[in-house]
Design a protein around this ligand. Structure first.
Ligand SMILES: CC(C)(COP(=O)(O)OP(=O)(O)OC[C@H]1O[C@@H](n2cnc3c(N)ncnc32)[C@H](O)[C@@H]1OP(=O)(O)O)[C@@H](O)C(=O)NCCC(=O)NCCS
Length: 184
């Protein structure tokens, strides 16, 4: 399966929010205001990966899995999905980061739709994002992830991130997070 990486466009917004709702449980997923705040931060990096084509059967399943009538995510408004057919439905994942204080970059979120997982896309988006952060002069990068998010922990470890400390009650005031980081 092939993916095309590109910069965020305003027309992607609703779809990125839907994907975030699909990827994270309520309380951890972002509100539209959170997401919009991240994307519009000064120097924010928002990279979007599109499926190359929608012919693959698993991709078709990815699209149908996001249909609001299937019970997977009752918070997704149906009107939005029908408006965004064709182009933006082909989004396979996205990442948002920004150069934070000094020379430290921060990954704010990484979301891959279920049908595009374990194909290297998370790694690809992370690596491209790290490259962009380096171009901003960052020489270290940080992120937070829930202590029970094994796929994410495995991915970040594989990319060289180390756990720096535990952030108690970081998510929904009840779930701890690990602060992870690495030099760039
Ligand atoms: C975590 C997530 C981003 C991984 O994306 P991905 O595109 O599947 O990751 P990759 O294909 O690049 O995987 C790279 C490596 O990460 C590890 N990994 C990824 N998913 C894993 C899983 N479910 N179980 C164990 N290890 C996993 C593996 O080491 C994998 O290498 P391998 O496939 O050669 O074994 C994706 O599962 C996702 O979007 N989850 C929901 C949202 C989320 O948790 N985001 C991160 C929050 S901080």
């Amino acid at each position: 399966m092939q993916f095309n990486l590109r910069n965020y466009r305003a027309a992607d917004f609703e779809r990125l929010w839907q994907i975030d709702q699909l990827c994270f449980p309520q309380g951890i997923s972002y509100t539209q205001m959170d997401l919009s705040g991240f994307i519009t931060r000064r120097n924010a990096i928002t990279l979007v990966a599109d499926f190359d084509e929608l012919h693959d059967e698993r991709e078709q399943l990815a699209v149908s899995a996001l249909h609001p009538g299937d019970g997977m995510n009752s918070r997704v408004p149906g009107a939005v999905l029908s408006e965004t057919a064709a182009t933006t439905q082909a989004i396979a994942g996205f990442i948002i980061a920004h150069p934070a204080r000094g020379k430290a970059g921060r990954i704010l979120t990484l979301d891959i739709v279920p049908a595009a997982r374990r194909l290297g896309l998370g790694s690809l988006l992370m690596q491209e994002c790290e490259h962009r952060l380096r171009c901003f002069g960052c020489n270290e990068v940080y992120l937070e992830t829930a202590v029970n998010n094994e796929p994410a922990l495995q991915l970040y470890r594989k990319l060289g991130y180390q756990i720096l400390r535990t952030l108690p009650d970081y998510y929904a005031a009840s779930l701890d997070a690990f602060l992870m980081g690495k030099p760039l």
